[in-house]
Design a protein around this ligand. Structure first.
Ligand SMILES: [Zn+2]
Length: 453
């Protein structure tokens, strides 16, 4: 049993009136974000200008705090003047925009100082009307309705869901789940609600706990397992490319926006773009579904899964391979395997990035000096092993764990990868996302419970 933070996302079927209310809340979120950003920006440039006059630091305009708490306090003082209409939306809408702003500014500051991991981030930019439309509710009456076909949202009321909320409802009724926040968003022509849930899961143990499986992820086939099984690449993107090309030709014939001449796009161009977005969403959904089915099956069957540490970002830089690699979703498969393995207590072994899984013979262990990517069949020079290139690699991966963890006690070692969902989410839960100062003690208690489970 593990306690994790998990998201449950449902597509919504709002009425016309509810759609207006949803859009209004998301607009309010954007308004508060932009209002706060404008103030911070003005303050920063005022101070920068004053510094050029050689004013001493104590005579400068005082700097504004950009913590979510202070942003909210300032907003509450100013809202009657800057947004007299604020009462039309739940106060959560404005809080959510300001919390997003606090996170964005914090990320920028951390990135400039070098304390934040990942690529460099720029200063937050104003949100346009068509930027990611979303709004988060952290307090008030939100959750599931009793009949499993509706969700409750503050101010908006009961909104019908496109599918049953059964999966989450059962957990809530049993008392193994607690809904922490609800985020509504608009993506590719459809409204969604995503619940952030603290959930106690009890996943079944793998069917063959003593078995290790090597997984060679590739482009030709999605994955080859050391058991000899091949999971074909469904090529969802390739199937959609024909229609995508047609739509993009169509868009090219229509009036697109032009920044230099200030030309506004036509309604027909927007319509085509919406169709393109819908097609991309369909492809992404199909791909995700396929990866989920594979990763769940792997952790349900095998006690140990051996994967390669692939440099996916590096491979994406190869323009001949980029589309095919993106089309498979290699990094996503590894991410799914790692978090699901943790839930089920399955051991994940990540082979070293420089381990020559393809060049090694799985029969006698001799490493070849060179192996072209076009050579699809592995032929050993020493013994007479002839087998499929990917199957050879998968067998090498599986053998890796047998060699390194031959004692039975090692099989039970819990792997804690960098993307450990339990750890990162628990720290994120206390404060930053909601913009609320961490409630005293709860974070501590929660973490202790997670380790005990
Ligand atoms: Zn050999």
């Amino acid at each position: 049993m593990v306690t994790v933070i998990q998201a449950y996302r449902f597509a919504l079927d709002p009425t016309a009136g509810q759609q207006v209310a949803l859009r209004s809340h998301c607009g309010a979120q954007r308004y508060a974000f932009n209002w706060g950003l404008a103030r911070i920006k003005a303050n920063l440039s005022q101070r920068a200008a004053e510094k050029t006059y050689d004013l001493p630091d104590d005579q400068l305009t005082p700097s504004l705090s950009w913590s979510a708490y202070n942003l909210r306090k300032d907003w509450n003082q100013a809202k009657n003047i800057v947004a007299a209409w604020w009462g039309e939306n739940s106060k959560e809408a404005y809080s959510s925009g300001l919390a997003n702003l606090a996170t964005a500014l914090g990320n920028w500051a951390g990135s400039t100082k070098g304390t934040r991991k990942g690529s460099r981030l720029g200063f937050p930019r104003f949100k346009g009307r068509r930027s990611g439309v979303s709004c988060r509710f952290t307090t008030g009456a939100f959750g599931l309705a009793d009949d499993r076909r509706y969700v409750k949202l503050p101010r908006i009321g009961l909104v019908r869901t496109h599918e049953s909320t059964r999966k989450l409802a059962r957990h809530v009724e049993r008392g193994t789940a607690r809904i922490r926040s609800a985020t509504v968003s608009y993506r590719a022509g459809r409204w969604f609600v995503s619940f952030s849930v603290e959930i106690t899961r009890s996943d079944p143990a793998p069917a063959r706990p003593r078995n290790a499986v090597g997984v060679d992820v590739g482009v030709k086939s999605l994955a080859v397992l050391s058991s000899g099984e091949t999971i074909p690449n469904p090529r969802h993107l390739e199937t959609a490319l024909r229609e995508l090309r047609r739509l993009q030709r169509q868009a090219a014939r229509r009036v697109s926006p032009d920044r230099r001449t200030q030309r506004r796009p036509s309604a027909r161009w927007r319509r085509t773009q919406a169709r393109v977005a819908r097609l991309h969403t369909a492809v992404a959904n199909a791909r995700r579904d396929c990866l989920h089915k594979l990763s769940t099956r792997l952790v349900r069957t095998h006690g140990t899964i051996v994967v390669e540490d692939l440099n996916v970002a590096g491979m994406m830089r190869n323009r001949r391979l980029a589309r095919h690699i993106a089309g498979v979703g290699m990094a996503e498969l590894r991410r799914q395997i790692e978090y699901k393995a943790q839930w089920a207590g399955v051991h994940v072994h990540v082979a070293d990035r420089w381990y020559p899984s393809s060049k090694t013979c799985s029969g006698c262990g001799v490493v070849k000096a060179k192996l072209r990517l076009s050579e699809r069949t592995f032929r050993c020079d020493e013994c007479d092993l002839v087998c499929d290139r990917d199957l050879n690699a998968a067998r090498n991966l599986a053998a890796l764990v047998h060699r390194e963890t031959s004692s039975p006690s090692c099989g039970a070692t819990q792997n804690e990868p960098a993307g450990n969902p339990r750890k990162t989410r628990a720290t994120r839960a206390t404060g930053t996302a909601t913009g609320r100062p961490a409630p005293t003690g709860t974070g501590q208690r929660r973490r202790r419970k997670a380790t005990a489970a």
